[in-house]
Every structure is written in C-alpha cells, then in structure tokens.
Ligand binder design. Structure first.
Ligand code: PRP
Length: 179
C-alpha cells in the first residue's frame, strides 16, 4: 500500500491536534445544548468517532448515507438517501460531520433536507475543504484543513473503497488511478 501513496499530507498526530481544536470550538459554540451530530457515511466515520470523543459536551450521534449520481468524478446531479438518520432532526441543533467538501453538492442538499425537516440549526463541520472544486454556494462553518486539487485518501477517505483504514491522509499516486 505504501507505494500507492505519493506523500503524507497530514500525519495522524497533526490530524489529532486539529480534531481536538475543532472539538473545543464546538464545545464552546454548543454549550448548554444537546446537539445531534450526523456523520455522512462512509468517509466521515473515523473523523466522526475522533471528533465526538474529543468533545466534552454530550452529543447524540447518528448517521446518514447518501450517494450522488452524475458525470464521472464530479458529484453533480441527483442525491439519493441510502440510509437516513434514525432520529428526527425537527427542532434540533444538527452538526453535520463530513470528511471532505468538494463540489459542495452533497452537503448543499443534505443541509436543505434538514432545514426542510425543521432542524433548528444546521452547522457543517468538515475535516477537509477543497474550495477549488466548489460549484455549489456552500461554505463549512468549521473546517480542519484546506487542501488543493489533489486526490487524497486515508483516515476514512477512499479510492475504489481502498485506503480508508490508513491512520493518516496521503496523496494518492497518479499511477494508481491512471492505470
Ligand atoms: C465524498 C465525501 C462527501 C462528498 C463530497 O463521499 O465523503 O460526502 O464525496 O463531494 P461533493 O462536495 O462534491 O458533493 P463519496 O460519495 O465519495 O462517498 P463515501 O463517503 O462513502 O466515500
């Protein structure tokens, strides 16, 4: 697997440090409330687990799995809910936890759905933000790192379902996806 990774962008230590900072910001912002944290599967599973356990504030945890169908690698088109949240978001302060925002299409739609369902507030937390690829008018409220237009894997992020279990975030070698 090592040869597939061109370089390590964020080590597990650097990720842990940033996740702890994000957790402190969320603790302060949501003090006195009981938010519903919704992880968007599958990419967010590792970040989600680390983030909620780094928070002092109790949060309710839930998950949603969505997929987008469209042209090639750009997620344009239609959003399908493959697994919905178990909890109702009506009246809740919802924290959407995502691994990466690319075009912004996924979260623009998820946020709209939660607001239509009566969420009291919707806050977006993403570990990675790739603003160069944005086509939707969507900005995260909290983000771990801003990255360029590079293919990153690890810490939950995949290429063809591989590499999710890596403890760091690395840049995938071109040779892997240009094969
Ligand atoms: C990735 C990522 C986001 C979405 C971001 O999910 O986890 O949900 O793409 O792209 P966008 O901003 O262009 O909409 P993916 O569909 O690869 O599924 P996964 O989380 O199961 O890997």
């Amino acid at each position: 697997m090592g040869a597939d990774i061109e370089s390590i962008l964020f080590s597990s230590e650097r990720i842990a440090e940033r996740v702890a900072q994000l957790a402190r910001s969320l603790d302060a912002a949501f003090q006195g409330t009981y938010p519903l944290a919704v992880g968007i599967l599958k990419g967010s599973f590792m970040f989600f687990a680390d983030l909620v356990r780094a928070m002092s504030l109790p949060v309710q945890t839930d998950f949603m799995c969505v997929s987008t169908y469209g042209s090639g690698t750009t997620s344009q088109g239609r959003l399908t809910i493959k697994k919905d949240t178990d909890a109702s978001v009506a009246g809740r302060d919802v924290i959407i936890v995502e691994d990466i925002i690319d075009s912004g299409f996924t979260l623009e739609n998820v946020r709209r759905i939660f607001l239509e369902r009566g969420a009291r507030s919707v806050t977006i937390v993403t570990l990675l933000d790739k603003p160069s690829r944005r086509t939707a008018a969507l900005q995260p409220d909290y983000r771990g790192f801003v990255i360029g237009d590079e293919f990153v894997v690890g810490y939950g992020l995949d290429y063809a379902e591989k590499y999710r279990s890596l403890p760091y975030i690395g840049v995938l070698s071109r040779s892997v996806y240009e094969k």
